[in-house]
Design a protein around this ligand. Structure first.
Ligand code: B12
Length: 259
């Protein structure tokens, strides 16, 4: 199914936005397989259990996506600094964060709509790559939502780095909606690098192990937070991931109220 005027692509992107996506676009899985993360991940998986050299190894076979999946719909939900709880983790919250909870719901609605309205078989992707998820920053870059900045995050013209991402694989070849011609880090003196409490950019590029130390510490430092703040009834133990490099990014700082 291919269209000359990108009608299907526009219909899908518009639907994602109608369901609450702040930004949305489409990338091809073929391009995603050629992306940097796909290559890097097999050699350096994030979770130790995924590393075949590790004693905890249980099932790493590389990133496995089904052949039938040809395109990815990727969308963003804006996470302004003024709404920090969107990003907080609790085992009691469906999807673990209030932001993910919203995006999971959008994902289900989109998957059903794709099947019923357009006859496109689709798969709502899990967040984590080792459970079958996709590289969402790379996908969003290829779909034209933004570009990957020197902070190793997706930087969008509209909301800067302050977005969260989600994706759906589709069993149909569609025209990619990106990438974008956008170069926000050129000429920037990188406040993102200076803001990191663990100096994870000390070598000039993002060092995941240093970032992980900070986030592991934050995982351990749970706080008991009232249910309604997390959108649930009962109080729960909550951890607050680090956002220093994200919030230091000057791109589109004025786009959001009280950002
Ligand atoms: C595991 C994970 C983590 C781990 C490991 C981080 C890491 N980068 O490896 C930890 C816990 C440390 C972490 C930290 C953070 N994360 Co995180 N994380 C993920 C997750 C689940 C998978 C990422 C992954 O392993 N990718 C594979 C590895 C190989 O890639 P990578 O190191 O991230 O970077 C690659 C790309 O940048 C690519 N690349 C570089 N340049 C270019 C250029 C082009 C053209 C292309 C195509 C690619 C490309 O190459 C790099 C590999 O060398 C994703 C969700 C998802 N499914 O994608 C969220 C995700 C990437 N994280 C996100 C966020 C927000 C964060 C934090 C700010 C913490 C927070 N508040 O949630 C920090 C920021 C750290 C940073 N500056 O990168 C967001 C990013 C949003 C955005 N605007 O980009 C995501 C998409 C989740 C979400 N909810 O939307 N994260």
């Amino acid at each position: 199914m291919k269209s000359d005027d990108n009608k299907i692509e526009k219909t899908i992107v518009d639907k994602a936005k109608a369901l609450g996506a702040s930004l949305a676009g489409i990338a091809s899985i073929k391009d995603l397989k050629a992306s940097k993360s796909y290559d890097v991940y097999s050699n350096a998986p994030f979770y130790e259990e995924y590393d075949c050299e590790s004693p905890n190894y249980f099932k790493f076979k590389g990133v496995e996506w089904r052949e039938a999946h040809k395109s990815i719909l990727v969308w963003a939900l804006v996470h302004p600094a003024s709404e920090p709880a969107l990003d907080w983790w609790s085992m009691k919250v469906p999807g673990f964060t209030p932001g993910n909870r919203v995006m999971r719901r959008q994902s289900k609605q989109l998957r059903i709509w794709l099947g019923e309205e357009l006859g496109i078989k689709a798969l709502s992707l899990p967040y984590q790559i080792e459970f079958g998820g996709a590289f969402l920053k790379d996908s969003a870059h290829l779909a034209g939502l933004g570009v990957i900045g020197k902070n190793n995050l997706l930087v969008t013209p509209e909301f800067g780095t302050r977005v969260r991402l989600r994706g759906i694989f589709m069993e149909v070849e569609l025209e990619p909606t990106g990438p974008l011609n956008f170069d926000p880090c050129n000429g920037c003196d990188r406040p993102c690098h200076r803001s990191c409490p663990r100096e994870a950019f000390r070598s000039g590029v993002f060092e995941r192990a240093l970032c992980k130390k900070e986030n592991d510490q934050r995982d351990a430092d749970v706080e008991l937070i009232d249910g309604p703040i997390m959108g649930i009834e009962e109080a729960s133990k909550v951890s607050k991931p680090c956002r220093y490099c994200e919030l230091a990014c000057p791109v589109a700082q004025d786009a959001l109220p009280e950002n």
